[in-house]
Design a protein around this ligand. Structure first.
Ligand code: UDP
Length: 324
């Protein structure tokens, strides 16, 4: 297939693009390189540097025709979204509207979109199914939910084949590609920095949650398992339908359990500090993944230890990330 991957110079987009290239697809990565890395664009993929807010550039990139689009390009920092909501409505909603306009004009009728469990806000029922009410608690979640709804409307009105994949906590690496964010805010890369000695300590944000050990519980999913789901979603997308799937392992781990797993996998010790809760962090987010298992015929295969081992190996091989 001829496929466009927006945000294909970012963490998840690059790893999906790499898989598509490996199976023989003709892949073009479109990325502004605002937060992505040129070195993350997988070998064998074409590259167009463009911002989705530049509609003319997007039209030009899509004009040659594609069988489908995998849309990863987005802003994804919760705190930033609370401080600067306009950035998130522009960067996630307006940018996607441009992409959909250009797709319609070019006759491209298939899209797989990176949505998020942040669309569920503070869910009433955990494990979280796709039927959980969508009530985001920050502008990041609101902007992603707005795109999910745009896709549903476009599917109804114009016959678009659309799938939204709602990611839980993605981790791991797939050499030579890995996770390199600036600033880094995610738990596993931060603990690995502490294990490597480039960070003085790791903080546990909140030790008084109503969870077995008092720290917050999340559902971690290996980026390889996540990537595989995108290939399946691309196949299963049907014209005139918008389907939503939660992508998580279905198992929750507390912050303390993740810290213990890093100690076990890396054999390194490091300082741990207990801090206040981070505002807006729900106690427990775990996916119900029955719909993805049935609808996508997808099964997550990699464990938390695999994610940590792969992320650790990537860090060891690329101590400065992509900037080296
Ligand atoms: N967390 C933590 N210390 C950190 C970073 C994160 O205790 O330095 C916690 C955070 O409060 C949450 C979990 O780890 O409960 C996962 O956070 P992350 O930012 O990786 O992902 P999120 O679940 O917020 O999308």
């Amino acid at each position: 297939m001829r496929l466009l991957v927006t945000g294909g110079a970012g963490y998840i987009g690059s790893i999906v693009a790499q898989r598509l290239v490996a199976r023989g697809d003709d892949v073009t990565v479109l990325d502004s390189l605002d937060r992505g890395h040129r070195d993350a664009v997988p070998e064998g993929a074409d590259f167009v540097q463009a911002d989705l807010l530049d509609l003319d550039a997007v039209r030009a990139a899509l004009a040659s025709g594609f069988d489908g689009v995998l849309h990863f390009a987005a802003l994804a920092l919760v705190e930033e979204s609370v401080a600067h909501p306009e950035r998130y409505y522009r960067g996630n909603v307006v940018a996607t509207l441009n992409l959909l306009d250009a797709m319609r004009e070019a006759g491209i009728g298939r899209i797989v979109f990176s949505s998020t469990c942040a669309t569920y806000g503070e869910p009433e029922t955990v494990p979280i199914s796709e039927d959980e009410p969508a009530t985001p608690v920050n502008s990041y979640g609101n902007s992603k939910l707005a795109v999910d709804r745009m896709l549903a409307d476009e599917a109804r009105a114009h016959g678009l084949a659309a799938v939204s994949l709602r990611y839980f906590n993605v981790a791991g690496a797939n050499e030579p590609l890995g996770e390199d964010h600036e600033p880094e805010t995610h738990l596993i890369p931060l603990i690995l920095q502490a294990a490597a000695g480039t960070r003085e300590h790791i903080s546990i944000f909140g030790t008084d949650y109503p969870t077995p050990d008092g720290s917050a519980v999340r559902d971690y999913i290996h980026v390889d398992d996540l990537a595989r789901a995108h290939l399946l979603a691309l196949e299963k997308a049907e014209p005139g339908r918008h389907d939503i799937y939660n992508l998580g392992s279905g198992t929750g781990y507390s912050v303390r359990e993740v810290i213990d797993a890093v100690r076990r996998v890396t054999g390194r010790d490091f300082q741990v500090r207990e801090q206040e809760r981070r505002p807006g962090d729900p106690p427990r987010l775990v996916a119900a993944n029955a719909k993805a298992r049935a609808g996508l015929e997808w099964t997550p295969e990699r464990s938390l230890d695999d994610m940590i081992a792969d992320a650790w190996a990537w860090r060891q091989a690329h101590p400065q990330g992509y900037s080296a």
